[in-house]
Design a protein around this ligand. Structure first.
Ligand code: CDP
Ligand code: MG
Length: 741
């Protein structure tokens, strides 16, 4: 096997300088490892360090990309920093010198765009300044939105600590700072500083359309351009017109703020000058086939060859991150005392909060920390002490095909803007380095300039239902920063019509109003509403909660694969995956919600605990949507019919050439993890489609075609369900199309 190493080549000729000196030192330090040797034949200053049994990755150094200050030594004593009072840290942030100026600008303008380098203190400081300035007098609230739940939680915890208030990571918070994310409301009447996801502020409009209890709304991380943030822009702009005393702040990393200013009638832009140290960018010489493997190797090489400083790695999701962490820990164990201690810490959206907190703890002296993160660490979270960034250049992105109505989540190359944000994370505390696991050519020619706003690549059912419930009928003329594709909007209206949420005039129905009350997708809400008719709301609530915790129910440790798979199969029930989920939950509840039970059955306790929370939340909302509690008493046909009533849009039938979706005639496959994988029933419905190597249906349920006529007679014709070669029936949706104009 060829040896693998990070091979850094310094492009510039002439004096080798600091870079070489460090590498030389690193080499000396690593000499005892007997890892490879210097490439003596090379004319260029070439540094190589080969780890046993590995292949080689070669990096090429690019010219210094950014930076306006002299490099300084990385902070040596994190303990000294710790001793510094928290107030001193606050005063040291780039935003602090601009406190008065900023407050004056806010006082003088209703809408202010705030642009500042990530980590300058926008999110944690500005709401506190407003609080200190009295914007929360008389119980008025300040909202600060975050696109990500993890960011909302961790920032709220940080701010609470800075303000010295008690912060309970639990229901019924007693303090002035709290957060609110879907299915987790950590606020009370007294919570005046509210960090929340952008989706939660959207839902606030339902109960308080003019946001009357808020004095300030700060739409943070605006550059992320999530669907919910984009919709908020339109709604807030409107509210601001008839509430002149409402202050609107739009905060963004240094990107494209002119767009926001134009949208908000030329609102002024307040720039917080950045403090960024130079970041040296390195590219690989050749493309890397397996970026996960390349990541692991590179991290170890940085660890062994580079001076102190923590490492931040960007991966695309939980599974990848867990795999990378496992591989890293594995290799560290094998290297044992030959290398210094390497703390491997993951961070992703579903990570439990106690684990999240660990990434912010200072690295012990002598050790090095490597944080393996999703996009969340790009701009939402700042981790102190990062000197090295490792960027494979990918992210997970949603895409949507309005023709087929298929949504998929795929790993795609990130944009240049993203890559530059990522690199910037290395230069916050000292001069840093960013290693890109792609070539300079790929950066130039293959990456898009910016990421396409989410509104243009997602389904809009949810948002359209919400806007309709807010009384916004003319969606074509809604004030969008970037409008969604016409077809996507049309399809959303059609689907809502099919679900009975809108009538033929495109108006919200009673059932639609109820669906909007539930903080879940329209199909899931429809399923919950239908459980009333089929008298099985107890079971349906469980199914809904389990579906919401997102495919992380079972775990499969590498050394116990057979046991884990057996345990999973033991939960199988005829009918399909939804019933399996129901079965797992029911047995867990019977065990007294025991963690031991989870352990024995290879079930993730944390996911179950979350499902229980979600279930309780949904149960609490049942009364509002006039659904009574009832149980099917083992008659699972009723449960399956209720699910079908929500998901009749997601159906597939077995044809001679495999599964085809009923309406769109798309070829799809049952996911190998499904309990129905081997049975191949004739008719089924699926919860979602995921595109990996193929279009896989995840969470599938066997149905009978006659149920489709029972639950959606307006959508299916008997004929098309009988004849496998039936022509697609033209849909008649009355005035919905006309209403779109
Ligand atoms: O929003 P912006 O990126 O401008 O900065 P911020 O998130 O307010 O971060 C300001 C400072 O707070 C940084 O030095 C972060 O490291 C620190 N912080 C933290 O220690 N823990 C958190 N959960 C969030 C921020
Ligand atoms: Mg921020």
């Amino acid at each position: 096997q060829p040896a693998r190493a990070v091979d850094l080549v310094e492009e510039e000729s002439g004096a080798p300088g600091e870079e070489q000196r460090r590498w030389e030192e690193a080499r000396l330090g690593a000499a005892s490892l007997k890892f490879g040797a210097r490439d003596a034949a090379s004319q260029e200053p070439k540094y190589q360090l080969v780890l046993e049994e590995e292949e080689t990755i070669e990096f090429v150094r690019a010219t210094q990309l950014q930076g306006n200050e002299e490099p300084s030594a990385p902070p040596t004593s994190t303990q000294a920093q710790q001793k510094e009072s928290i107030q001193a840290v606050r005063r040291s942030l780039p935003v602090f010198p601009f406190r008065e100026e900023l407050l004056a600008a806010i006082a003088n303008h209703q809408v202010l765009i705030i642009e500042g380098e990530t980590g300058s203190g926008k999110t944690t400081q500005i709401p506190q300044y407003l609080f200190e300035e009295g914007y929360t007098n008389k119980g008025m609230k300040i909202a600060c939105t975050q696109p990500r739940r993890v960011a909302a939680m961790s920032v709220a915890a940080r701010v609470a600590r800075e303000m010295g208030v008690k912060f309970l990571g639990n229901w019924g918070v007693e303090s002035g700072v709290g957060y609110s994310i879907r299915f987790e409301d950590c606020t009370s009447e007294r919570t005046v500083l509210r960090y929340m996801t952008d989706g939660m502020l959207l839902r606030e409009f339902l109960s308080e359309p003019d946001l009357a209890s808020y004095s300030v709304v700060m739409v943070d991380e605006a550059h992320e351009r999530t669907l919910h943030t984009d919709i908020l822009f339109g709604l807030i702009k409107d509210v601001a017109r008839f509430r002149p005393e409402l202050k609107v702040l739009v905060a963004s990393a240094t990107m494209d703020t002119a767009r926001f200013s134009t949208f908000f009638d030329d609102a002024p832009v307040f720039r917080i000058p950045g403090r960024r140290f130079p970041v040296d960018i390195f590219y690989t010489k050749a493309p890397e086939a397996d970026y996960l493997e390349a990541c692991v190797v590179s991290v170890l090489q940085i660890h062994v060859t580079q001076p102190p400083g923590d490492i931040l790695v960007f991966l695309t999701g939980q599974e990848e991150i867990e795999a990378a962490c496992e591989m890293l820990q594995d290799r560290c164990r094998r290297l044992g005392s030959k290398i210094r201690e390497l703390l491997v810490l993951p961070i992703y959206a579903n990570l439990p909060s106690d684990m999240q907190a660990r990434i912010f703890q200072p690295t012990p002296p002598g050790a090095r920390k490597v944080v393996v993160a999703t996009n969340i660490a790009e701009t939402s979270l700042t981790i102190e002490g990062i000197i090295y960034v490792l960027d494979p250049g990918f992210c997970k992105q949603k895409s949507y095909n309005p023709r087929t109505g298929m949504e998929s989540l795929t790993v795609t190359p990130c944009s240049k803007a993203s890559a530059n944000q990522r690199a910037g994370r290395a230069g916050r505390v000292a001069a840093g380095k960013c290693f890109r696991l792609y070539t300079a050519w790929a950066y130039q020619h293959e990456l898009e300039e910016t990421t396409v706003p989410e509104i243009q690549r997602t389904s809009l059912g949810n948002v359209v239902l919400l806007l309709k419930s807010l009384g916004i009928h003319d969606l074509m003329h809604f004030d969008f920063l970037d409008p969604p594709p016409y077809e996507t909007l049309l399809l959303a209206l059609e689907q809502l019509y099919a679900l009975g949420a809108l009538n033929h005039l495109g108006e919200l129905t009673t059932s639609g109003r109820k669906m909007a009350e539930l903080p879940v997708d329209p199909m899931l809400s429809k399923m919950i509403l239908a459980s009333e008719k089929y008298s099985c709301s107890e079971e349906i609530l469980t199914v809904a909660a389990m579906l919401s915790v997102n495919n992380s129910i079972f775990y499969r440790p590498k050394d116990k694969v057979v046991h884990a798979d057996n345990a999973r199969v033991n939960f199988f029930l005829p009918g399909g995956d939804h019933l399996v989920l129901l079965n797992v939950y029911t047995q867990w509840a019977e065990s007294g919600y025991s963690s031991q039970w989870c352990y024995e059955n290879f079930v993730q306790f944390r996911s179950m605990r979350r499902a229980r929370d979600v279930r309780e939340q949904l149960e609490g909302l049942l009364e509002r949507v006039e659904v009574g509690l009832s149980s099917c008493q083992g008659d699972y046909i009723r449960v399956r019919k209720a699910i079908t009533a929500g998901y009749f849009y997601h159906t597939a039938r077995l044809t001679r050439s495999g599964y085809r979706t009923v309406k769109q005639q798309q070829t799809v496959f049952i996911h190998p993890n499904s309990s129905l994988f081997e049975q191949q029933p004739r008719w089924l419905l699926y919860h979602e489609l995921v595109l990996t190597t193929k279009e896989f249906m995840r969470q599938v349920l066997e149905i009978e075609s006659s149920w489709l006529l029972e639950v959606a007679p307006h959508y299916y014709k008997a004929k098309e369900l009988e004849d496998p070669h039936a022509k697609k029936m033209p849909k008649k949706i009355g005035k919905t199309r006309e209403e779109l104009g």
